[in-house]
Design a protein around this ligand. Structure first.
Ligand SMILES: Nc1ncnc2c1ncn2[C@@H]1O[C@H](COP(=O)(O)OP(=O)(O)OP(=O)(O)O)[C@@H](O)[C@H]1O
Ligand SMILES: Nc1nc2c(c(=O)[nH]1)N[C@H]1C(S)=C(S)[C@@H](COP(=O)(O)O)O[C@H]1N2
Length: 183
């Protein structure tokens, strides 16, 4: 019996990429990383939108509530610039904020760039969806996901999403022993 693929949301928040000033490299970079990380069959729900808080909120709600994405990654709009509002939109739609994700992503990112402290990226849950903000710089995507992804499958277990398995040679998920399914 073939497994129904789990849905993963990929949201690029960028005025310039969404208006065609430059090609969106962030969305494909997130999908590429998840493609390497996940053994569980998955299918993408990709969106490319401007830095508008109402649009970001509506997109996150649609991906969580209607598309049923267990994981939603955003890229862009996390900095201090006037139009950067991705964290505000994320906070507005989440039931719970998971501060540890942002703490860890910024701590690891500081090893790459001193400007990592400028990202106000957050993570949180909405129902059975985990939402994680990533900075807009395409190279930041892998840097941040490597830092937190080991905790993602167990977090999704706890919010009653699907049981995600990773490709262990690429990234190892950590689950407490009692939560591991026999292979
Ligand atoms: N989706 C993207 N695709 C390709 N490059 C990007 C993307 N988002 C950001 N970048 C690159 O990272 C740099 C820093 O991003 P910046 O913080 O200015 O963008 P943003 O606030 O995320 O998006 P924008 O300013 O277009 O709304 C940009 O100059 C650009 O080179
Ligand atoms: N890992 C990582 N984190 C990073 C960066 C980066 O290049 N790598 N860029 C920083 C910079 S320069 C900014 S302004 C903030 C916010 O970026 P955003 O507005 O594109 O989301 O993310 C920061 N975090």
């Amino acid at each position: 019996m073939s497994e129904t693929p789990v849905k993963i949301g990929f949201v690029t928040v960028s005025d310039r990429a969404s208006s065609g000033v430059y090609e969106d490299l962030g969305g494909p970079a997130m999908q590429d990383w998840i493609g390497k990380a996940l053994k569980t069959p998955w299918q993408p729900e990709a969106r490319l939108i401007p830095d508008e808080q109402a649009v970001i909120e509506a997109t996150l709600k649609e991906l969580a509530d209607e598309a049923g994405c267990c994981l939603i990654l955003t890229t862009g709009g996390t900095g201090p610039a006037k139009r950067d509002v991705t964290p505000e939109a994320t906070e507005a739609v989440c039931d719970k904020i998971l501060d540890g994700f942002a703490e860890q992503m910024r701590a690891v990112s500081l090893q790459y760039v001193p400007t990592a402290i400028l990202s106000r990226q957050i993570a949180g849950t909405r129902g059975s969806s985990l939402i994680i903000n990533l900075p807009g710089k395409p190279s930041a995507i892998a840097e941040c996901l490597e830092a937190v992804f080991p905790a993602v499958p167990y977090c999704i277990d706890l919010i009653e999403g699907p049981y995600l398995e990773t490709n262990e040679d690429f990234i190892q998920a950590f689950r407490p022993k009692h939560a591991r399914k026999p292979q």
